[in-house]
Design a protein around this ligand. Structure first.
Ligand SMILES: Cc1cc2nc3c(=O)[nH]c(=O)nc-3n(C[C@H](O)[C@H](O)[C@H](O)COP(=O)(O)O)c2cc1C
Length: 271
């Protein structure tokens, strides 16, 4: 089965998922790479219909062991036609729980044929100098594994004549997925006087939650706690306030044992 076009579809508020999916894409040889970045609100207004002869790679971060709820509307409109698809989640070195299974189930219900799946590790969204967790991930070792994963799939895809020959993949996780998808609605971002009103936090907010004329004012009902506003600030003017989010950030620092990427292929065991 020759797939000339590869669509890299991702949601990545703080950029780690994007780095992983780019490395996976680089593992493919002589194919056209097309990127669909769902991070900003306007991009999620456009639906996507994939063709049978395309290959999709879809990568999202893990939020509370699940996939981010704000993508559910986009997935409701998304349709595939037995399109071979690679499902990827990126998590902050705690756990991905049922997220990969959930993503694979959603993709299958949209008409995808999941040919490979993987869980990678990224720096935790809540990580800071004060509360570091999985700092610098994905690092060179992770990116090499992502590249290797892409390369493996590059060869595997050609070994099938038709996508309906792809056997199902056994993924970790349980149904119903459980956990929490409706995240806290919290006023948790502090802004100090280093802020120059450059607007980068406003431009990078995945839900348009930051007031365009006052970056200190955040609509807590739209905020998804992604921390992009903190991570993209060149002046380090934003941080997590005292309270439940700071406590959550502290808890994340306890997961110090390095987790490694996990790769799942049809009829294969974990690698
Ligand atoms: C609201 C929220 C919930 C999260 N839940 C988890 C989790 O359950 N397990 C985990 O290991 N990391 C969790 N993370 C961390 C992210 O999955 C991780 O940092 C990921 O690399 C972020 O991707 P991005 O850089 O593409 O935004 C969470 C992050 C946020 C913002």
């Amino acid at each position: 089965m020759y797939c000339e076009n590869i669509n890299l579809i991702f949601f990545s508020p703080t950029g780690t998922t994007k780095r992983i999916i780019e490395a996976i894409g680089n593992g493919f040889n002589n194919r056209n790479l097309n990127r669909i970045d769902l991070t900003l609100p306007d991009a999620r207004q456009h639906t996507f219909q994939s063709k049978k002869e395309d290959l999709l790679v879809i990568a999202v971060p893990v939020y509370m062991g699940r996939i981010p709820l704000l993508l559910s509307d986009w997935f409701k409109e998304f349709t595939a036609n037995e399109t071979p698809t690679i499902a990827v989640v990126v998590y902050g070195n705690r756990a991905y729980e049922n997220a990969l299974l959930e993503l694979s189930d959603i993709l299958t219900s949209c008409g995808c044929r999941v040919i490979g799946a993987a869980a990678f590790i990224g720096e935790h969204s809540f990580s800071s100098k004060e509360f570091p967790s999985s700092v610098g991930r994905p690092d060179q070792t992770d990116l090499k594994q992502a590249y290797y994963f892409g390369n493996l799939l590059d060869n595997l895809i050609d070994s099938f004549d038709h996508s309906n020959e792809i056997p199902s993949i056994d993924l970790p996780g349980v149904r119903p997925y459980g956990g929490v998808t409706d995240l806290w609605h919290l006023d948790f971002i502090d802004r100090n006087d280093r802020c120059t009103n450059c607007g980068l936090c406003i431009d990078n907010c995945p839900t348009g939650a930051i007031n365009k004329s006052d970056s200190a004012s955040i609509d807590i009902n739209r905020c998804t706690l992604c921390c992009a506003c903190i991570k993209y600030c060149p002046m380090e003017a934003k941080s997590i306030k005292q309270g439940p989010m700071k406590e959550a950030a502290l808890r994340c620092t306890k997961f110090t044992e390095r987790k490694n990427p996990e790769i799942f292929l049809p009829d294969s065991k974990r690698r």
